[in-house]
Each structure stands twice: as structure tokens, then as C-alpha cells.
Design a protein around this ligand. Structure first.
Ligand SMILES: C[S@@+](CC[C@H](N)C(=O)[O-])C[C@H]1O[C@@H](n2cnc3c(N)ncnc32)[C@H](O)[C@@H]1O
Length: 449
């Protein structure tokens, strides 16, 4: 008889839990409870602990999938859009913000309803759905408070500021902005995934069917009635700058090896959150941040707030540029793109890279910062994982990339790619892949062929 996988999974969990508890004990920090609002800790970003936590999540999720009745698993998975829609609703109606003001004693749903203007019974059912999934806590029947997870959805503005300028309410709150945007455009678009894949007609993505437009989501967000959406999305992108260690970008462009006044172009840079870090790290370099009109307008405010000197002294220039048109900056030392190529199908990705190649000089480098699609099965180049875990660690590893891949498919017909697919895109457009630097985001360094 074959051994049950349950014991092996439980052993992974037990040994990893022990390591994590020892690390916290050594620092004299209690392991954070789910019940209290999130407080940053020195151990949050420790790479070894993050890896250990991933093994626990991978093993626990695989254990659940193994022991739970498959019928129940399918029922839960089929209804998982409710998680997206309810998260979108709570951030839209400012529930985490209202609860944040109430503190640990929380609020009865009647009080939440009075503050948000949304019916108490609906509020109770939505908050209980989320509390059952560890987002918010139901302290006593119909009384809820924030917990470690929901507290991260609290916005950066007070309720009075939110009321005074609702369009600006996501400014400074990237996690809330992303939850709102996914609960809105992405969720609506995803309802058309099956129709798009089976009968695309002349639609470029499910988004185009959902919103009855032939424009890309980027062009559509530039329309006057959608500018608030562009602003909300740009907030999520700004937050992206903080999500990743700066070393990914500093080492990715090897800025310390570039001569003084070398030019670095952030193609499709949104407001320029990566350039902000690079300009601080490399005062000897010059930068151009390029994007569409609305993003550059947002970028002007972003730099005025965070580093007006870099604009005033010319170290950083913001430039409206459509990357499907000829690249105006010629012979830069580095052209880089962070999470740009994954937004586009191969045909468009090749146009962007080819336009960059035409402007490049013989020594220009192209650096693409993107995620890499990991296979769920073992492959020769995949790092080893303890048996019986999935080779990509399931939800703890490939979970994010495969979800983002479907997000890209749904709203742009874009895709996450394997290392070989990046190499092939480069070869088709005059770029040779010289180096792959793995990390939370991979850096693909190309030289001009
Ligand atoms: C996923 S975001 C990445 C932004 C930025 N690179 C970052 O990591 O923060 C994609 C960006 O591509 C920009 N974009 C889309 N279509 C574009 C086009 N045709 N020309 C230039 N930028 C474009 C969007 O406005 C958006 O800022």
C-alpha cells in the first residue's frame, strides 16, 4: 500500500513552523496574531523566513486539497468570484476605514450601515463571508472589527477627506486600489473569458466584450469618464515600487557600472516609481520616464511630492510617449521596462521591443523586469522542493504568477512567459538574452544583436 501523503505534508508544516517560531523567539518578537491590525515587523521581509512560510502555505494548501471532499473543493472554487466582489465592495464603501476608527471593540452592522449608507443585512452577510475567510473578525453576532488582513485595506485618507474628494480616495493606498480595480474591471471582464476564448470575433480580450469597446484598457482609461480609473490603477503601480526590493532594479540595470551622465529610459514607466529608486541610488545617471498622457500627468504630481529636485535639476525627465511609435530617445545606455511585456500578446510585445531596438545603439542594453511562469510539474531547471509538494509550490509559489497570467489574459490578452519565451521574443526583435537575474521579479538583460 502506498504511504499516505498526509504525514509528509504535516511534517513539512511542523518543521517549518518550528523554524519560524525559533526565529521570532530569537528576536524576542511574538508571532503576530490574525486578530490584531497589521504591524510591520523586522522579520516580515526576511528572505529565509519568507521561503519557510511559503513551504507551510504550499503544504497546508495541498493538505486541504487532499483531505477536503473534492465535491466541496469544486463548490468553493466555483464560487470564488464572491471573494473578489466582496473585497471590491468593502473598499469601495470604505468599511475598513470605518472599522479602523472604531478600534478593537468594532462596530455593529447597524453602525457600519449608518456610516456607509449600505443596508445592514447586506453588510452583515458580506462581512461574515469575509470573516469566515479570515478577512475582518466577527467579535459577537453582527459586530465586526478589522484584523491583520482587513487592516491593510484601510486607505491613507480620513473619512472626511474621502467624502470631500471621492475620486482621490485611493491615493496612497495601493492594496485598496488594487482590490477595487480587480473587483471592478477585472471581475466584469472575467465573466467573458469563456466566450472570448471560444468565440473571440474581433475582440482582443474579454475586457473588450465586457465593456463593448475596441480600445485597449490603457486607451479606454485615458477617456475623460475613466480618468479616475487611470488614477486608481496608477496608485497600485506606485505601490508596486515598494513591493519589490530596490536591489532588483539597481542590480538589474547595473547602474554602478555605467559612466556618469549615462541615459536610462523607463519605457511605460507609469509615474516612475522604479526610476524614483534608481535616481536616488545612482545620482550620476540621467533618466527619462515615458508613458501615456494621463500617467505622465500623475507622474508630475508624484515627483513634485517625492523628489522635485530631480525634475528641477534635469536628472529625471517625464515624457509622453506611445511605445508603439518610434522610440524618441536614441542610443540610451539602458532601456528598461517593468511589467510591461506581460501586458501584451506576442505580436504587440514584438512591436514594443522592435521600436526600442531601432532607437538603441550598439552598446545599449535592454532590461525587462517581469515575472516568470513556473511549470507546476518538475523540470530540469526548477529549484528542488520537498516531496510531495507541487514543483512550483502551488498557491504559495506559482499561485501569484498563474493568477496574474489570467488577469493579463482577461484584460489585455497579455501573458506571463517562461525564460525561453523571453529569449525568443528578444531574438525576433534584434535583442540577445545575455543574462537572467532571478528574484521576486526576474531581470532579463539583453544586448543589441
Ligand atoms: C503594468 S503598468 C507598469 C508601469 C510601470 N512600468 C511600473 O512598473 O510601475 C503598464 C504601463 O504601461 C503603460 N502603457 C500602456 N500602453 C502604453 C503605450 N501604448 N505607450 C506607453 N505606455 C503605455 C500604462 O499606462 C502603464 O503605466
Amino acid at each position: 500500500m502506498e504511504a499516505s501523503p498526509l504525514t509528509a505534508l504535516v511534517r513539512i508544516i511542523a518543521s517549518c513552523v518550528q523554524s519560524i517560531e525559533q526565529a521570532y523567539a530569537k528576536q524576542g518578537i511574538p508571532y503576530p496574531t490574525l486578530d490584531a491590525p497589521f504591524q510591520p515587523s523586522a522579520l516580515d521581509l526576511d528572505p529565509a523566513l519568507l521561503q519557510t512560510a511559503s513551504l507551510i502555505v504550499a503544504a497546508a494548501d495541498q493538505l486541504i486539497a487532499t483531505v477536503r471532499s473534492p465535491m466541496q473543493t469544486l463548490q468553493l472554487y466555483s464560487g470564488s468570484m464572491h471573494l473578489t466582489s466582496t473585497l471590491g465592495f468593502v473598499v469601495d464603501s470604505d468599511v475598513p476605514d470605518v472599522l479602523s476608527n472604531a478600534g478593537p471593540q468594532g462596530l455593529h452592522v447597524n453602525e457600519i450601515a449608518a456610516a456607509t449608507g449600505v443596508d445592514a443585512d447586506h453588510q452583515a452577510r458580506i462581512l461574515r463571508f469575509l470573516a469566515t475567510r479570515h478577512v475582518f473578525k466577527e467579535i459577537s453576532p453582527n459586530t465586526f472589527c478589522n484584523n491583520r488582513i482587513s487592516s491593510l485595506l484601510v486607505k491613507a485618507k480620513s473619512l472626511a477627506e474621502i467624502k470631500a474628494d471621492p475620486e482621490a480616495k485611493y491615493d496612497g493606498a495601493p492594496l485598496a486600489a488594487v482590490a477595487a480595480s480587480i473587483g471592478d474591471e477585472s471581475l466584469k471582464s472575467s465573466a467573458y473569458l469563456s466566450e472570448f476564448l471560444r468565440q473571440p470575433g474581433d475582440n482582443a480580450s474579454p475586457f473588450n466584450i465586457a465593456y463593448n469597446t475596441k480600445k485597449t484598457m490603457w486607451e479606454w482609461r485615458q477617456e475623460p469618464q475613466n480618468v479616475w480609473r487611470a488614477r486608481r490603477f496608477a496608485v497600485g503601480m506606485k505601490g508596486g515600487g515598494e513591493m519589490f526590493p530596490t536591489s532588483i532594479f539597481t542590480e538589474g540595470i547595473s547602474g554602478d557600472k555605467l559612466p556618469k551622465d549615462s541615459l536610462v529610459v523607463d519605457v511605460g514607466g507609469s509615474v516612475g516609481s522604479v526610476t524614483l529608486k534608481l535616481a536616488e541610488a545612482f545620482p550620476h545617471l540621467r533618466f527619462v520616464v515615458q508613458d501615456l498622457h494621463k500617467e505622465i500627468t500623475e507622474g508630475e504630481k508624484f515627483w513634485a511630492d517625492l523628489n522635485p529636485t530631480a525634475i528641477a535639476n534635469g536628472q529625471v525627465k517625464l515624457q509622453v510617449h506611445n511605445f508603439f511609435e518610434p522610440q524618441p530617445v536614441e542610443n540610451a545606455a539602458v532601456y528598461f521596462m517593468r511589467v510591461i511585456i506581460h501586458d501584451w500578446p506576442d505580436s504587440n510585445a514584438k512591436s514594443i521591443l522592435a521600436n526600442t531596438r531601432k532607437a538603441a545603439g550598439p552598446h545599449s542594453k535592454l532590461v525587462l523586469f517581469d515575472l516568470v511562469m513556473p511549470y507546476a510539474c518538475p523540470t530540469a531547471d526548477a529549484p528542488p522542493v520537498p516531496a510531495p509538494l507541487l514543483a512550483n509550490l502551488g498557491v504559495a509559489g506559482g499561485g501569484f504568477v498563474t493568477a496574474l497570467d489570467l488577469e493579463m489574459m482577461t484584460v489585455f490578452n497579455g501573458k506571463e512567459r517562461t525564460v525561453d519565451q523571453f529569449r525568443t521574443l528578444g531574438e525576433a526583435t534584434g535583442w540577445k538574452l545575455e543574462e537572467v537575474k532571478p528574484g521576486m521579479l526576474f531581470a532579463f538583460v539583453f544586448s543589441a544583436i
